[in-house]
Design a protein around this ligand. Sequence first.
Ligand code: ATP
Ligand code: MG
Length: 383
Amino acid sequence: MTTVVDVANVSKDFKIHYERHQSLKERLLHPKTGSTEDFSALKDISFEVEEGETVGILGHNGSGKSTLLKCICGVLQPTSGEIRLRGSLAALLELGAGFQLELSGRDNVYIYGAMLGFTRKRIDQIFEDIVDFSEIQHFIDTPVKFYSSGMYVRLAFAVAVNVNPDILVVDEVLAVGDERFQAKCIDRIRNFQEEGRAILLVTHSADQVRSLASRAIVLESGLMIANGTVSDSLRIFREHLLGDTPSNEVNDHSAEVHIDSVTTPSGSFDVHSGASMHFDVHVTSATAYSGNFVMEIFTRAGVLVSRSDAQGAPINLRPGVNTIGVDLPNIPLLDGVFDINVGVVDPRGSNVKAWGEKVATMQVTYGGREGGLVELDASIRQV
Ligand SMILES: Nc1ncnc2c1ncn2[C@@H]1O[C@H](COP(=O)(O)OP(=O)(O)OP(=O)(O)O)[C@@H](O)[C@H]1O
Ligand SMILES: [Mg+2]
């Protein structure tokens, strides 16, 4: 395999200016009393991305995701460490980064293309494709400053994907477009994956990472606290998302509680829409533990269908093997294959104690005529 992105011991410090005197009066009286301090936005980050990989980057607001991408794209210089790229790179950074607001969409396409190393002639050849993809034909000669954020993202995405980069870097922008455009972008990303290009994807959506990424990284206060399989990284991210635990407590949950297996009495997870289902979750605990049981159901495309209340199902685990029974009456799902995640969380529902990602797969069959994910018990009548 070929390494296309090599990030080695990268740190990035920003100088932050502090005002010691808060009020305007004090500032006027003591004009030079501020001080600067180094703020460390990235701390010794190292990882590699191979050809054909899609790496999800997760982390809280301010954890350093955009800073990392900007360093990779060369928009920012790391304070220390080194980044090596192999092949061409196109980036969709945060809104506002990249385009010249006073200029038209058309001019920006050419400028952006030039930044990526394309000649005017080459951009001429793909210009129509770019505009078609963006669907903003009528506004292509309007200054970008008048674009809505959705239009801006459409154009930026259209350029980035039509120049066919070896490495595509996407910072959250997928969340901006409307649902149809998002679906189109995701389709294009899947094509890229099939063509063996590398993708770095920053998102707050665990669903998107689950459905698109082959690996995931988690940043927390500038530190890389996970770099591994999507399910491992999501578990660590979830712990932080729910618990807001400082990064040095990441492994503090230890392996005292463990999800062993999920079974049904018949051994099958096939069920008819509208029928009921029972399954048992076998959990081993080293000690007695009181917490809550949580369950999630996802579609194969990674859409969350349902997550139970993290404080809604208290359990008291005994040392050894425990069984937790789950009853799903009158399953409202229509045809489809659904993945089940289960977990044990603390009494406040804020820290994950044990997690089982895709521990079971439920196959639902439906004979009726309704379409979609769920059967709504709607009564429809003319009034
Ligand atoms: N140019 C800058 N000068 C000073 N501090 C900065 C600068 N750019 C980013 N920071 C700081 O670095 C930290 C990381 O910011 P970054 O934008 O990388 O976070 P992020 O993970 O992308 O967050 P979000 O999810 O909100 O997009 C933040 O504390 C931010 O305030
Ligand atoms: Mg960001």
